[in-house]
Design a protein around this ligand. Structure first.
Ligand code: AHR
Length: 633
């Protein structure tokens, strides 16, 4: 029964209560939402980023009509600009026969290749120069892996030896999932190329340098109240320290200024999640996207103190002061008049009107609350002095409870912080058991921004547990002002973290069960809570007695024939790790495993491990038995 107390009044629910967190994890941006089809378009990849990377990652040499030459990526004084350090130098023999003979390179795109649709138009562009006095003709072609043409070639005449942007359009005459782009140069001499790009014209709202339409539409359909970006662990930490060193040492934390302005002047960054991001989807595009989907923009800036497995804080006051100033500049970029220094950058990019930012978070998941709060105070004071209308959001570390969490909340309360960002990834059982989490939160203390949460899998049962939990968020809408599931996007062939809200590959995209729950809540947000109480007798008991588990696994490879069996003999889970695939994650490593509510869960995750939950899709009351055989040897 549901009893509604019509005489009582509950808290107002903020219009922006249910929002989104967009981080470039799982190839969410490059290879995903950012519609660029060329991977490593500016030849900046290298082994300093990732052992498997070279400057020619995704590229191979190509020849037409038997022409020969050499293709080398170089980093010298002839570069396009100081942030785009490397470029491709083609040394052409001038041989070959037939119209369009030439030597050059081919780009295979992301994962399985470029998804090309018959009838669609694709914008090609390249920065180029030639030392041949008569100029050089570039041939641009779209084809499949086996060389079948997908469009009529385009010809581009490179006029002289100054870096110039050349453009063209290719209209697909056939569809393919393994498309690639080839650029060859005819004649002899030296040709230099950089920023080789191919974009579908059919982007979200037709924007240039835009977003993949299907993904953006899935996101827009959630009618999000806010958009938190660009991370996550991505913001505070990265593995690009020393990237392109020693001639161009860079900082580890995310630098918003590197992500705005002309795309050819933006840096390439090796991100926390282990792959390179082009910053083509940068701060301007995030703000624009938030505006396009009616979401309040909510950027996160690095606090120079970090958790995410590192636990370190800067002791460099000059660096801290510079980041504080960068944050003030960011507010000017978002909100300043077009005549201000950073407002003018925004205006030049196409948006003279301010974006109207009202909230900004400093830091993400800090594990060192005392060190964090000292530095946070400097950001907050400077922001509140210069921009009193901005809500500066703090955080409570990476977990839902524990000493770090408690200390962070104590300090946030003492400091009278407006809003605290909480994060947690837990089992469905935890979400069900914690529906009343916020009932006892201090109404006089800081508001809560639940910036990241998810139960550990993408099954129906997870979505159900999240929905139940969200009724508790809503009941406490006077304390919980904003909430976002995380992560938002995952390429099925480039996943570092699961579960995720929206899945995709190069061709298609689909929402998880949790997506439907988020959509249900976000598109039906009430104005105020009407106090009510639901009572019911469970039809069945749930006699899963404690966790059955293997304890701590040395390594999954040490076991064969792992199975979870129900009392009726039905096998709920079974796998032989020898295949390395199957319903058990291929990345399953050392971990503590147990069974909760019919699902096998890994319970000692760190933030960088996959969150695997494999289980029976139904909430069930099986007696479970977990068996495994130790692999011989
Ligand atoms: O959402 C994925 C990651 O989870 C975020 O980057 C980080 O803040 C958290 O640990």
């Amino acid at each position: 029964a549901i009893r509604v107390d019509t005489a009582a009044t509950g808290p107002d629910i903020s219009d922006s209560m249910y929002g989104l967190f967009l981080e470039d994890i799982n190839f969410a941006a490059d290879g995903g939402l950012y519609a660029e089809l060329v991977r490593n378009r500016s030849f900046e990849f290298g082994p300093a980023d990732h052992a498997s990377y070279t400057p020619m990652t995704a590229w191979s040499e190509a020849s037409r009509g038997g022409a020969t030459g050499t293709a080398a990526v170089v980093n010298d004084g002839e570069r396009l600009n100081e942030t785009n350090r490397q470029y491709l130098r083609l040394s052409l023999a001038g041989d070959g026969a037939g119209a369009g003979a030439g030597f050059g390179v081919r780009n295979a795109g992301f994962f399985t290749g470029m998804e090309i649709t018959e009838g669609d138009a694709y914008d090609f562009s390249v920065w180029a120069r030639t030392d041949r006095p008569a100029g050089t003709e570039l041939r641009v072609s779209l084809g499949t892996e086996d060389g079948t043409p997908l469009a009529a070639d385009a010809a581009v005449s490179v006029a002289d030896d100054t870096w110039t942007k050349y453009t063209g359009t290719l209209t697909a005459t056939a569809s393919a999932a393994d498309g690639s782009l080839t650029v060859t140069a005819g004649g002899a001499g030296t040709v230099r190329l950089d920023m080789v790009s191919l974009f579908p014209q059919d982007t979200f709202l037709g924007r240039e340098n835009g977003l993949r339409r299907d993904l953006a539409e899935h996101i827009a359909a959630l009618e999000p109240g806010f958009l938190r970006f660009p991370g996550g662990c991505l913001v505070n930490t990265g593995t690009h320290e020393g990237y392109q060193a020693p001639d161009w040492p860079r900082e580890r934390s995310y630098q918003w200024k590197e992500t705005v302005g002309p795309v050819e002047e933006r840096a390439v960054n090796h991100n926390f999640w282990g792959y390179n991001q082009s910053y083509g989807l940068g701060y301007y595009e995030y703000f624009q996207f938030a505006e396009d989907i009616g979401a309040m923009p909510l950027p996160v800036v690095p606090a120079l103190v970090t958790g995410c497995g590192e636990n370190r804080a800067t002791d460099d006051p000059a660096l801290l002061a510079r980041h504080v100033q960068d944050t003030l500049d960011l507010i000017e970029f978002a909100n300043g008049p077009a005549t201000s220094e950073w407002g003018a950058v925004r205006a030049r990019m196409g948006h003279p009107e301010p974006f109207g930012m009202t909230h900004l978070a400093v830091g993400n998941e800090e594990n060192l609350p005392d060190a964090f709060m000292e530095r946070f105070a400097e950001f907050r004071e400077a922001i509140e002095d210069a921009h009193p209308g901005i809500t500066v959001i703090s955080n409570s570390g990476p977990s839902a409870s524990g000493p770090t969490f408690d200390r962070a909340w104590e300090l946030n309360r003492q400091a009278g912080v407006d809003m605290v960002d909480e994060h947690y990834y837990q089992s469905p059982a935890w979400f069900l058991a914690n529906n009343e989490r916020y009932d006892s939160y201090d109404r006089e203390g800081p508001d809560v921004f639940l910036g990241e949460y998810a139960s550990r899998d993408n099954r129906f049962a997870n979505a159900l547990a999240e929905a139940a939990f969200m009724t508790g968020l809503e009941r406490n809408a006077d304390v919980v002002r904003l909430a976002s599931y995380a992560p938002l996007l995952a390429h099925s062939q480039g996943t570092q973290w699961r579960p995720d809200l929206i899945w995709f590959d190069n061709d298609a995209s689909w929402g998880s069960a949790s997506y439907e729950v988020q959509k249900l809540f976000a598109t039906n947000t009430g104005d105020e809570v009407v106090p009510s109480r639901a009572t019911a007798s469970p039809g069945r008991e749930a006699p899963i007695t404690g966790a059955v588990g293997l304890g701590t696994w040395a390594t999954s490879a040490a076991y064969d024939d792992v199975a979870v069996t129900a009392a009726d003999g039905r096998t709920l889970l079974a796998d032989d790790f020898s295949a390395g695939t199957g319903q058990w994650s291929p990345t399953t490593g050392a971990g503590t495993w147990g069974v909760e509510n019919g699902a096998l869960v890994q319970s000692d995750l760190t933030s960088t491990e996959n969150m695997l939950v494999a289980g029976d899709p139904a909430w069930s009351d099986y007696d479970l038995e977990l068996t495994a055989t130790k692999r011989a040897g």
